[in-house]
Every structure is written in C-alpha cells, then in structure tokens.
Design a protein around this ligand. Structure first.
Ligand code: HEC
Ligand code: HEC
Length: 337
C-alpha cells in the first residue's frame, strides 16, 4: 500500500513526558477525569453537519423501494453487484477492504466509506463530488468498476423488466404530477429519491450520542479520558460536530506532507489549493471500519490515530495517548436505530 516515506521517518524523538496532575487517574494517567466532561466539551460536538434535505417526506413504501433497489444485483452489468455488496447493512455500511471489487471483479481506487449516517455530511465521496445521497446514488451504477451500467435509460429499462417494480414505484410515488400528466412511473430521479430515502434511515446511536444528549454515565472513565485527550491534542479542529467529522474538507498532510497520487478535491474543483484535500471523514463506528484513509492504506485504528497526530497536528502522540483516543473512539460505535 502507498505509505508516505516521511511517515516512515517516524519521529523517534523521546516522547514528551507529560507532567501528571495530582488528580490524574491510574487508568492511563494522561488526562485528569473531571467530575463530568461538562458542557464546554459537549459543545464541540453540538449539531450535525448540515447536509442537503431529502427531496420529499419519506413514506414506508418509499423506504421499502429504496431498500430493495439498494440490495438488487439486477442493477449491475454482471447481475453480480448491488450497493450492499460494498456497503453491507450487516457490516456497518462498508466492507472492511482497502479497495472493493465491482462487477466482474473490477477494482476501484478508493476505500468504501460507510453508508451509515452518510446523508448528514456536507457532501458525499472522499472528494465531495456529490451533494447529497440522492445525487450520489445512481453514480456507482454508472461507474464501470462498480455496477458497470452505461446510462440512466438502462437503469430504467432494467427496472421495467424486473418483477414488481412498477407497482412498487406507483405506491412509493402516489399522485405525483408525472402520473397525472401520464408521465413515466419509473424515472432516474425517483430511483435516486427512493435509495436516498432508505439511506436516510441508516442512523446509528452510540454511547457517545447518549453522552452528547446529556447522559454523563454513558461513557466509561476510560472513554471520558480519551475524549479529553482527543480534544486537548486538537483532533476536534477537524473532527467535530455530532458526526465527529463529515462537515468540512481539509488537506491530508496539513503539517507534515503526505505523498498521495490521489489529488482528492482538486479533481473536482481544479483549484491548486484543493490538492490532496479530502472530506474529513465522520468517525462514527470507526472501530468497525478498518482499513483506514481514502486508500485503505492503514490497517489499524491505533496506527491511524498516531499518523493523524503526526501529519495533521505535528504531534508525536505516545502509546498511552493513542490508546486513550482509541478507547474514546470505541464509544462512537452505535446500533442502527
Ligand atoms: C464496488 C463497491 C461499491 C458499490 C457497488 C457501491 N459503492 Fe458506494 N462507494 C464505494 C466507494 C469506493 C466510495 C468512495 C468513492 C470516492 O470517494 O470516490 C463510495 C461512496 C459512497 C457514498 C459516499 C459516502 C461518504 O461518506 O462520502 C455513498 C452514500 C455510497 N457510496 C452509496 C452507494 C450506493 C447507494 C450504491 C448502490 C447504488 C453504492 N454506493 C454502490 C464503493 C461502492
Ligand atoms: C487538519 C484536519 C485534521 C485533524 C486535526 C485530524 N484529522 Fe483525522 N482526518 C482528516 C482527514 C482530511 C482525513 C481523511 C484522510 C484521507 O483522505 O485519507 C482524516 C482521517 C482520519 C481517520 C480515518 C477515518 C477513516 O474512516 O478512514 C481517523 C481515524 C482520524 N482521522 C482520526 C483523527 C484523530 C484521532 C485526530 C487527532 C489526533 C485527527 N484525526 C486529527 C483531517 C484531520
């Protein structure tokens, strides 16, 4: 996998010895556990990133149609791939692979992010090239290394031929102007609306959510320590809001440059200042989504945390700090609601 040579030069300077305050716990001894992390800490995570709203209020029928489309392998060139092949609902909306095989086992060049909670982000994809989950949803169908279909018309043709879709679209889109005017029942826009409606139900709730909502007992002392370490070393400069990310774009290698062929957001905007800029990923459920980074180049969460400290913050986090942060990140693992 691609690894930055600079990263391999790893700072071997002796770790900073943190002077421990008298009230430090023997837990990991890094940061004192206050009685309650309190409102100041909570405020760093207040509010969701503002993603685009759903185009329509979702009915049960609309969500059910979206769920069927999401799982339907008929919507791929080899009838071998669905959204769920890479974004498994039983596996935190992703596949734990660096790169994912698409139709006919063709490989893409970026790691699959989770579809869970994705709709809330400011934009979709590592480079933010789609505004909403709706806009995003037909793009993989038309990507040769994913579903491998060739046109929106082909998507519609396939659905017209598959049993039951006509009635499913009719009940999901009742009395819409298209029907009144004798328009098509199955359209690419409706496919997008339905898949988006399903994805908007993929919301997880974690101990961290309970803590943000005011339950101080939701986090263990270790996790609270880790939360304080996460905030005090500066991770929240980029990973904040209820999604702990997903709300801004930032340069990968902000402090210590990282080599990357992938130019990230530059490919979308063409602006030099967007070279190697990526969406700051949400860290919800991050303990479950290895390997990490846009190219899946780092296998473990501990190594990713250490790497982040180095390249994004210019800090050589010691093993105890890394462990402490990893404990906190464990509190972001939630259950589908
Ligand atoms: C072959 C594997 C594969 C398939 C099939 C696939 N995806 Fe993805 N998905 C990816 C990868 C890889 C990315 C990231 C690509 C990028 O950022 O350029 C992604 C990105 C996304 C995102 C953006 C998430 C974020 O945090 O930015 C969403 C949402 C998503 N896919 C939903 C879907 C839906 C819906 C389908 C089915 C229509 C689908 N995907 C099919 C691999 C796949
Ligand atoms: C200057 C902004 C910035 C700071 C500060 C920052 N990060 Fe990140 N983080 C990012 C970006 C951008 C990425 C995406 C990297 C990529 O494109 O591969 C990322 C990726 C990650 C990932 C990988 C997530 C995944 O799904 O692959 C983890 C874990 C992470 N950061 C944790 C941390 C921790 C812990 C800290 C503090 C030590 C931190 N970050 C500090 C911007 C930042």
């Amino acid at each position: 996998m691609k690894r930055s040579p600079l990263r391999l030069l790893a700072l071997v300077l002796p770790a900073l010895i943190l002077s421990l305050p008298a009230c430090g716990t023997k837990d990991d001894g890094l940061t004192p556990v206050t009685e309650s992390p309190g409102d100041a800490l909570r405020s760093q995570f207040a509010g969701w990133p503002v993603g685009p709203d759903a185009p329509t209020v979702a009915s049960e029928e609309l969500v059910a149609l979206g769920e069927r489309l999401y799982h339907d392998k008929a919507l791929s060139a080899g009838r071998d791939i669905s959204c769920a092949s890479c974004h498994s609902i039983d596996n935190f909306g992703q596949d734990n692979k660096a790169f994912s095989p698409g139709t006919g086992d063709r490989m893409g060049g970026r790691s699959t992010p989770s579809s869970f909670n994705a709709f809330r982000q400011i934009a979709q994809f590592w480079d933010g090239r789609a505004a909403s989950v709706e806009e995003q949803s037909t793009m993989p169908m038309l990507t040769d290394v994913e579903h491998g279909l060739t046109s929106e018309q082909q998507i519609v043709e396939i659905l017209r031929q598959e049993r039951g879709y006509d009635t499913a679209f009719e009940s999901a889109f009742p009395q819409s102007p298209g029907d009144v005017m004798g328009g098509d029942t199955i359209t690419p826009d409706r496919v997008r609306t339905a898949i988006g409606a399903f994805e908007r139900t993929l919301i997880t709730h974690s101990p961290f959510d309970a803590w943000v909502e005011g339950d101080d007992g939701a986090l263990t002392p270790k996790q609270k320590n880790g939360l304080q370490t996460f905030v005090s070393v500066g991770c929240t400069a980029c990973h904040s809001t209820r999604s702990v990310g997903g709300h801004m774009f930032q340069k990968l290698g902000l402090v210590v440059p990282v080599e990357s062929e992938d130019q990230g957001r530059f490919e979308v905007t063409g602006k030099d200042s967007d070279r190697q800029v990526f969406k700051v990923p949400s860290l919800l459920n991050v303990t479950e989504t290895a390997p990490y980074m846009h190219d899946g180049s780092i296998a473990t969460l501990a190594e990713t945390v250490r790497h982040m400290g180095e390249v994004q913050l210019g800090q050589d986090l010691d093993a105890a700090q890394v462990q402490s942060i990893v404990s906190f990140l464990g509190a972001l693992k939630g259950e589908l609601q």
